[in-house]
Ligand binder design. Sequence first.
Ligand code: ADP
Ligand code: MG
Length: 316
Amino acid sequence: MTTPSASGPAISIRNVVKRYAPAGKGTEGKLALDGVSFDVPQGSIFGLLGPNGAGKSTLINIMAGMVMKTSGEVSIWGFDIDRDQRNAKRAIGIVPQEIVFDPFFTPYEVLENQAGFYGVPAAQRRSMELLADVHLSDKARAYARTLSGGMKRRLLVAKAMVHAPPVLVLDEPTAGVDVELRRQLWELVSRLNDEGVTVVLTTHYLEEAEQLCDRIAIINHGRVIADKPTRELVEMARDKVVVLTLDRDLATLPSHPAFRKAERTGDRMIEITYDKDRTNAGEVLSLVQGQGLSIVDVTTREADLEDVFVSLTSNG
Ligand code: ADP
Ligand code: MG
């Protein structure tokens, strides 16, 4: 393993901005990251969450040294990616979002080539051991093109671990993946983490992040809108939302200590987000009726990641 980062964070990201080059004359390039900062604690499983287009892959590709940031600072395992590029690269293993393999190499060759690329001496190579870790021993000599999608994903994880980096980053490992493979990948990630590897994964499934991650950062439109221990974030998603249509406009929005938010969402419509451990829909309805209004229609739903986004962005 690479040496430094005895006590600092596994990854440190400070004010990172990325503006892609404009597609044509007179157009502005896309601002994919707008001043992103957070730390990934050593030994954690860290979730980077956000909807499509939020900037997750851009950030990961910057960590991997595959995309140039416009400004800001990133260090991996204590190595600045600009000043100490070589060590920074050695400290991180990346499982990219897209699966790309030369179809004529075998899994064993894929790992040996990668080891060669990182200059891992023959005596320190662990190709067969890594294949066993990802349950691909029996496919060691098969052509990569004959592997199923799930096997390819697992091979990519092994490939990312060839140089034994202390930090493993997986970009959307479970997007479009079936339940069984998802379970296998989670198991693999948890096992590596138990062995001391710091893991960063991106996903747009809150539930997935909830089960696996110790800490979650949410990114939206290139900005971090939350960076919290999973437990705290999940509590925010435990809210319930009730949408009411009334017979006429409300003079004042109802208030209650258990309401997180009450807002007018349209003509004679209000939406109330409340903590379901502290009140219930019945109580919400009677509060509104107490103002002498009739309720024409009611719908309720559980808050989802979208609501967490909304409440986070509106709270500044
Ligand atoms: P995510 O991984 O969260 O879905 P991305 O980092 O892929 O988001 O994309 C963030 C934004 O940057 C999107 O608006 C996307 O269209 C844009 N983008 C990504 N890659 C490029 C590129 N190579 N050139 C121009 N714009 C890009
Ligand atoms: Mg992406």
